[in-house]
Ligand binder design. Structure first.
Ligand code: ADP
Ligand code: MG
Length: 750
């Protein structure tokens, strides 16, 4: 009670909304004010330098020395005028979060003249300092790729993502330089390098396909030279009181509660979704938004999620590589801001057992350099072929590489969500919605579309009646497709929504794998088109339809419109031969499956050694995460739960003694009952906790990382559940006054 009263009495944090002459600014007026954007560069740089920069950026060339020196100088002045004291290359090692090392601009200048030497200090920032730095790479995961004598790693400025400043201590600020992180030999040590590679591969494949299919000489549209992957990331999270959080060692160390019972209010939870946000939460989230808007993150949506104390934030979509940077920034800013509001944000996929978990829905599409969305079902038939060809290429990618996509979302924490009865299951399938499904079925069966929709008319194409003139399809789809919330990969009007991605992970890896699979599949579709074309000068509509039909038939099994959470789907998927990968170690194995590994290597996304190192890092991280949980559980049971249980039993026993002497033996039955109930629970708890201790030693002795992961998954995790269920039984019996941790109802409803 004291804990809670204390919390209620804390003063609220208030931040000033940006104003000009006392009038609040429009959001767009301070959007990106902390970003060294192209617009700012145009203002700060001499015109020829700016033009050179843009030319090299667009051409994806390496920056020359003169340009980088000028940019470095300009950004330093711009930043120092805003109170910046330090700069940092900001990169994304394979730890799921970001890394930074700060350096000040202070430098030494030495001149020697005839009168002796002069040494003085001044602020400088050179092009080479901007371009590259060399953090000690040996402390970041490399999966054995780097031998110790080559422990060097380089962070290199990623010019496609703009520099920005963030608040530092004491009113100062820090300049962030978005970077990639590579080894001495140029191997990717980070999440970003491979994402950039996959975006390039996908762009190239998509441009080639467009060139092949849009070869009509009468077509006057400007040529597509680049195709961007677009990404909009919906981030789910819990926000809880920081005081209560700090009393839960399990949450603090592992990000999830290792013990704890479902609160009685759980049943009424549904009223939370889209409900009014608690004032304190709204206050924290809106401060985070304010920071993010200044950082040029187009944050747009906020709302309550299904579970109590669960929320979501989402931006407007952007080019995928930038969207990933911005998602990581969003997580980071919210984390810091929540702290100032005495709140704690939880990004773990399943912080509370039995309560809805958190995901990161990755809305994904393809856009040409003219801003056309290639997954928008447009109004003219010829563009529909284009749409349909991209659609079947994506279906084919998921069909061929479903195991790979499953690997991209696997982790010890997401395992609690995937395949549990709420999140998408371990079976990867695609949802298209009724209308698209019917269109694909009709094409496959060469028949008319069965529909009562008056807006869909039939047209004659190459002797086959097909209903392809879908003038209002985009609106219909937008209205009707989205509602199957159970699908891991759903078409939602003009984009796909990859819903199985974990809330805690960087979207980079799953999107890299998706991009790569689609790029490779586009090549396959092109091959089929070229086969159809033969010696003809260009493809006919019939050729395109033939290929579309071929891939519809081939990929049919991956499409599923029903309830993905149902037992029936698990059975049906098995009949269809779709893999149902429930646990991470098996999923990681799919990275090395030849069908996936060959594709990734052939497309230049990963080298063989990069892929193997990735596999090892993921396995190691998986084991490490669970071992930390097991040790934490072992320790809290031994030092907090069991001692409380003994104390509780002792007080009951003492009560029995005094009751007996005061009222006689007949009156002690209730207390005796409780002691009787707790005895076997405490005995089991001691036994299972000791087994954890023994098993931890066993696992430590296994050398093979895969075997270690497997043993952890099949033996240690169930044992932890055995311990947990005993602790949770005790939680129900032991007095609140004695219980050492805030309970679910405090954590979730306060
Ligand atoms: P819902 O909760 O209904 O799934 P939201 O509006 O919360 O939808 O989120 C949808 C996300 O999809 C937003 O981030 C939005 O910007 C993004 N999005 C919309 N169109 C595209 C597109 N073409 N490519 C990628 N993302 C998109
Ligand atoms: Mg949403």
């Amino acid at each position: 009670i004291n804990r809670i009263i204390d919390g209620y009495n804390r003063p609220r944090r208030v931040v000033e909304f940006p104003k000009k002459n006392g009038t609040p600014l429009y959001t767009s007026e301070f959007f990106g004010e902390n970003v060294f954007s192209l617009k700012t560069m145009a203002k700060c740089l001499p015109k020829p330098v700016y033009q050179q920069f843009v030319k090299q950026l667009r051409g994806r060339q390496v920056m020359d020395k003169n340009t980088t020196d000028s940019v470095a100088h300009a950004v330093r002045i711009w930043a120092m005028d805003r109170g910046v004291t330090h700069f940092t290359h900001w990169f994304q090692p394979q730890t799921g979060s970001t890394a930074e090392k700060h350096d000040s601009f202070l430098n030494i200048n030495t001149t020697f003249g005839s009168n002796g030497g002069e040494i003085y200090h001044l602020d400088t920032f050179s092009g080479s300092q901007l371009l590259q730095s060399e953090p000690d790479a040996s402390s970041f995961p490399s999966g054995g790729m780097r031998s110790t004598f080559e422990a060097r790693g380089y962070t290199v400025w990623d010019t496609t993502s703009p520099m920005f400043i963030q608040p530092g201590p004491h009113g100062t600020s820090i300049l962030y330089i978005p970077s990639i992180f590579i080894s001495y030999n140029g191997e990717a040590l980070d999440e970003k390098t491979v994402l950039l590679r996959s975006s390039e591969a996908l762009s190239k494949a998509a441009v080639d396909l467009l060139k092949l299919i849009d070869s009509d000489p009468s077509d006057e549209r400007p040529r597509v030279t680049h195709v961007y992957t677009t990404l909009g990331v919906e981030q789910e999270f819990f926000l809880i009181d920081r005081g209560l959080y700090s009393l839960r060692p399990d949450l603090k160390i592992t990000g999830r509660t290792l013990v704890g019972r479902l609160p009685p209010k759980h049943q009424q939870m549904e009223d939370h979704y889209f409900g009014r946000m608690p004032t304190k939460v709204l206050s924290a989230i809106s401060e985070a938004e304010l920071e993010l808007i200044k950082l040029g993150v187009p944050i747009k949506t906020r709302h309550n999620e299904v579970a109590p104390s669960q929320f979501e934030m989402a931006p407007i979509f952007e080019e995928a590589t930038i969207a990933v940077d911005h998602n990581l920034l969003t997580m980071d800013v919210l984390h810091k801001v929540a702290h100032n509001h005495k709140l704690k944000v939880l990004y773990h996929e399943k912080p509370f057992k039995g309560v809805n978990g958190s995901g990161k829905h990755c809305n994904w599409s393809l856009s040409t350099n003219h801003g056309e969305n290639l997954l928008d079902p447009t109004s003219t038939p010829e563009t529909n072929y284009r749409f349909l060809l991209f659609l079947v290429a994506i279906l084919n990618a998921v069909h061929t590489h479903s195991g790979l996509l499953r690997a991209g979302i696997a982790s010890a924490s997401n395992d609690h969500r995937l395949g549990a009865n709420e999140a998408p299951p371990g079976i990867v399938s695609v949802f298209l919605g009724e209308h698209l499904t019917e269109i694909l079925n009709a094409i496959e069966e060469s028949r008319k579309i069965k529909t009562s929709e008056p807006h869909i008319e039939s047209i004659k194409v190459g002797g086959t009646i097909l209903d392809m003139k879908i003038s209002t399809l985009s609106e219909i789809l937008r209205d009707l497709t989205d509602r199957n919330r159970t699908s891991p990969f759903a078409f939602t009007g003009n984009k796909f929504e990859f819903r199985a991605v974990g809330s805690k992970q960087s979207p980079s890896f799953p999107i890299t794998l998706l991009n790569s699979a689609v790029a490779s599949s586009i090549h396959e579709v092109m091959e089929a088109l070229l086969n159809q074309k033969g010696d003809k000068p260009s493809l006919t509509d019939d050729d395109k339809l033939f290929v579309i039909r071929k891939f519809i038939t081939k990929t049919k099994n991956i499409r599923f419109e029903g309830d993905n959470y149902s037992e029936n789907w698990v059975k049906e998927a098995e009949i269809r031969g779709l893999p149902n990968i429930r646990k991470s170690p098996e999923a990681f194995g799919k990275l090395l499956d030849p069908v996936n590994a060959d594709m990734l290597i052939k497309n230049g996304i990963f080298s063989k050694s990069e892929l193997h190192s990735r596999y090892h890092i993921l396995l190691e991280k998986y084991v490490k995460d669970i071992l930390i949980e097991a040790r934490t559980l072992e320790s809290i049971v031994k030092t907090q739960i069991l001692p409380i249980a003994y104390e509780f039993r002792k007080s009951l026993a003492e009560g029995i003694k005094s009751l007996e002497s005061a009222c006689g033996k007949d009156h002690t039955e209730p207390e005796r009952n409780i002691i009787e109930i707790t005895t076997p629970i405490v005995v089991d708890l001691q036994k299972y906790t000791d087994s954890i201790t023994t098993m931890l030693k066993e696992i430590g002795k296994i050398d093979d990382p895969y075997k270690q992961a497997e043993h952890t998954e099949t033996n240690l995790l169930p044992l932890m559940e055995d311990v947990r269920s005993r602790v949770d039984s005790l939680e129900e019996l032991i007095s609140d006054k004695l219980w050492p941790f805030p309970k679910y109802n405090e954590l979730l409803f306060y």
